[in-house]
Design a protein around this ligand. Structure first.
Ligand SMILES: Cc1cc2nc3c(=O)[nH]c(=O)nc-3n(C[C@H](O)[C@H](O)[C@H](O)COP(=O)(O)OP(=O)(O)OC[C@H]3O[C@@H](n4cnc5c(N)ncnc54)[C@H](O)[C@@H]3O)c2cc1C
Length: 266
């Protein structure tokens, strides 16, 4: 019988899943255009770009007038910094293979984002995986030292969670087993390191994502979150090339790409 290979507890790069995108309700757009006596077509590929263009054109009732392509339309939105229009384009990303250190930085991005993150109180972290900081990925000696420490923490966490569960059981026999485990885990998690892998579901609008890419794709950002920003940038360049038309990945002297933005903080 085939056996599944053991999961490597060490992770070296983030994974980004684009799990949610918008849909245009064509019949309702048609009803609006008919009611207003307007004609409008767009060459936008992504629903998010169609909706953003409709939102922007509503401001001046410029349907069927002015700029011909969605790319041209978006260029004008970006260069004139009419950024609130970009809030109508929304995507959901499910991000895995990132550390708690990274998500602590990610959730500092408040405007235009919603988050749902794996709970260390509900989920048993005895089998948690750990994200190897990029600097330790390139140096075997440092990596070994780092890994020894992680192994010790891993083992100690499992032991601590077990004895803490027993203690809570003695102290609170009236508690439901699920609550006892939660109490034990919420105490034991205090020794888990920043490198512990987490999973986070992030919903954000394009104005917010652009700001995230600009700040976190920079050479000044932490390397792990910069790698995430690079990946997110690739996803969005493919998904909505017009909204992200002025954003490029460029190779930097430090050996990694960075995210360059022409229209900063739209
Ligand atoms: C390289 C780097 C180093 C950093 N170092 C540190 C550090 O040492 N310590 C630390 O604490 N943080 C640090 N940060 C985090 C940083 O201070 C921000 O919290 C984070 O980048 C989110 O930026 P933001 O507030 O612009 O984003 P968001 O919260 O997404 O806000 C986007 C924009 O909306 C507007 N906005 C949002 N909320 C408000 C508000 N309440 N009032 C008015 N305007 C608002 C602002 O224009 C803001 O730029 C660092 C960030 C980077 C990129």
């Amino acid at each position: 019988m085939a056996t599944t290979p053991p999961i490597d507890p060490y992770i070296t790069k983030p994974k980004v899943y684009l799990v949610g995108r918008q849909l245009v309700a064509d019949e309702e757009v048609a009803r609006f255009l008919e009611d207003e006596g307007l004609a409008f077509t767009t060459d936008a590929g992504a629903a998010a770009e169609v909706l953003t263009e409709i939102a922007g054109r509503t401001c001046y009732m410029s349907f069927g007038k002015g700029r011909k392509s969605n790319r041209e339309y978006m260029e004008n939105i970006l260069s004139s910094k009419h950024g609130s229009v970009l809030e109508h384009a929304v995507w959901c990303l499910l991000i895995t293979g990132v550390s708690r250190a990274l998500t602590h930085e990610l959730v500092r991005h408040r405007a235009g984002f919603g988050y749902s993150q794996l709970s260390q109180r509900y989920v048993d972290e005895s089998e948690a995986r750990y994200v190897v900081p990029p600097l330790y990925q390139e140096n075997p000696e440092l990596r070994q030292k780092w890994q020894q420490t992680i192994e010790w923490i891993r083992k100690t966490y499992a032991e601590l969670a077990e004895v803490t569960t027993q203690y809570v059981q003695q102290k609170h026999p009236e508690m439901a087993p699920r609550d006892r485990r939660k109490w034990a885990r919420q105490a034991a998690r205090s020794i888990l390191p920043n490198a512990t892998e987490t999973k986070i579901f992030v919903t954000g609008n394009s104005r917010a994502w652009r700001h995230f890419l600009e700040l976190r794709g920079s050479p000044h950002a932490d390397t792990e979150i910069r790698l995430l920003a690079i990946e997110v940038c690739r996803v969005f360049k493919k998904e909505a090339p017009n909204i992200f038309q002025d954003i490029e990945l460029v190779d930097e002297p430090d050996g990694m790409p960075s995210v360059r933005v022409v229209h900063s903080k739209v």
